[in-house]
Design a protein around this ligand. Structure first.
Ligand SMILES: [Zn+2]
Length: 295
């Protein structure tokens, strides 16, 4: 069911929220397509019931749960796909996602489920921050890197589709340590997102809100807390994997499968490079180990 948020902006709520923008002549643009063919078909059905057709897909970032439906939508409509630089490469070559989680190597079969490995999507246009004209609609592209290498949000008619720059508090409570590519970029992106003037903000997951302030505060607080915990765990020289184990024990986070574990491994590295960049951690390779210690 489409929820109207404005004359030209609707929302299809779901596991991943899908934005639906009405362009000229009933030509619609989707913001993200969800996990797979099922979410794609649901979005297509909603658009067609409104007597329209999908002409474009605006992808926020290259995580399979956000662009996994692209291939099915493109196959049925020939829609043009827009995506941010860097992330667009993952849309075209989705193996990059499980590969980067698995230290850049040939990923385990257990990392090739459709949550981490989507069908490839074509990319017609690489979007840059600033204004973008899509099917006669003016869309502001907001840079929100950090959760992925180059995530963007889309602002249309005062509705801010802010992707995964914030996660709902229920998700934070459940996972404790949300996936991050860059802590440095993410902290800046939270500031950026908070300053975007909008009347409604639609995160990639969970409920829409009138103001992002509360969600930004909760997400920022958790990142800062995990950061202090990482620094504490490195009071004596320690490996990244020991830090991850320490974090999981500290938060009592139940990680019992390969996908959850390998999503957190690069996240720990994102904290390590941030702390190292800010002079709080030293790094050395000794006795065949890559070791981190608080300065
Ligand atoms: Zn994501």
């Amino acid at each position: 069911m489409l929820v109207e948020l404005g004359d030209r902006v609707s929302l299809l709520p779901g596991g991943v929220n899908i934005g639906v923008l009405r362009g000229d002549g009933g030509r619609m643009a989707l913001i993200d397509t969800g996990l797979n063919e099922t979410s794609a078909k649901k979005a297509l059905k909603a658009v067609r019931q409104a007597g329209c057709e999908v002409a474009a897909i605006l992808t926020t970032h290259a995580h399979a749960d956000h662009f996994g439906g692209n291939a099915a939508v493109v196959k049925r409509t020939g829609a043009r796909v827009y995506a941010p630089a860097f992330d667009e490469a993952v849309l075209r070559y989705p193996l990059f996602q499980p590969m980067t989680l698995f230290a850049g190597a040939d990923p385990l079969e257990t990392l090739r489920g459709n949550f981490l490995l989507a069908d490839p999507s074509p990319v017609d246009e690489v979007v840059q921050p600033g204004s973008l004209l899509v099917e006669g609609l003016e869309v502001e592209v907001i840079p929100l890197p950090g959760h992925s290498l180059n995530q963007v949000g889309y602002l249309v008619d005062g509705v801010f589709f802010c992707a995964d720059v914030v996660l709902p508090e229920s998700v934070l409570a459940k996972y404790k340590i949300p996936y991050l590519f860059s802590v440095t970029d993410h902290l800046r992106a939270l500031d950026t997102a908070e300053a975007v003037p909008c009347r409604v903000a639609v995160p990639g997951h969970g409920e829409r809100v009138e103001s992002l302030e509360g969600l930004v505060r909760a997400n920022r607080a958790l990142v800062l807390e995990v950061m202090e915990q990482v620094a504490t765990l490195a009071h004596a020289p320690v490996t990244a994997e020991a830090i991850l184990t320490g974090l999981l024990n500290h938060y009592g986070a139940a990680v019992t499968d390969a996908p959850s574990f390998y999503l957190l491994q690069p996240t720990v590295f994102a904290f390590l490079s941030h702390l190292h960049r800010h002079g709080r951690l030293a790094h050395e390779v000794r006795n065949g180990q890559s070791l981190w210690v608080t300065c």
